[in-house]
Ligand binder design. Sequence first.
Ligand code: FES
Ligand code: FES
Length: 155
Amino acid sequence: MSAPAEEKSSFVINGKSWSGAVHPLKRLLDTIREDVGLTGTKEGCGEGECGACTVFLDGQVVMSCMVPTCQAEGKQITTIEGLAENGRLHPMQESFAQEGGAQCGICTPGMIMAAVAYARDPGSAEDMREALAGNLCRCTGYIRIFEAVKKAMAK
Ligand code: FES
Ligand code: FES
């Protein structure tokens, strides 16, 4: 059997246009890491369960391990690398570092992306827990993560 055909794929990632030859069903997670070369987005479960691979697609939170690259065609992608501005970490990134919201770090990029999305339209503490419920962490016990999100939003 011959290898599946690659096709030209184009999208904007972190404000920069990208195009390359990619199989249309390649996971967006893999395209971002292997073809675009941005390795901040992590793989945990690879099954849509852990949130480690969270990115924004046209501003919406998606699990990039569950999105075929063809679905990103012509769209805007934001990854963890796209949050910093002018060489300064995003306040959410700073807070995670300051509050110890990151330990092994596998969940952290996805957790921060989900937290940034939540911070656009925040609600109660319970709402925050719900907003982050799709992002699993095996290290921190979540308390420091919640504290980091609260601190970033108070900035
Ligand atoms: S790696 Fe995508 S949800 Fe776990
Ligand atoms: S810091 Fe290790 S899984 Fe969250």
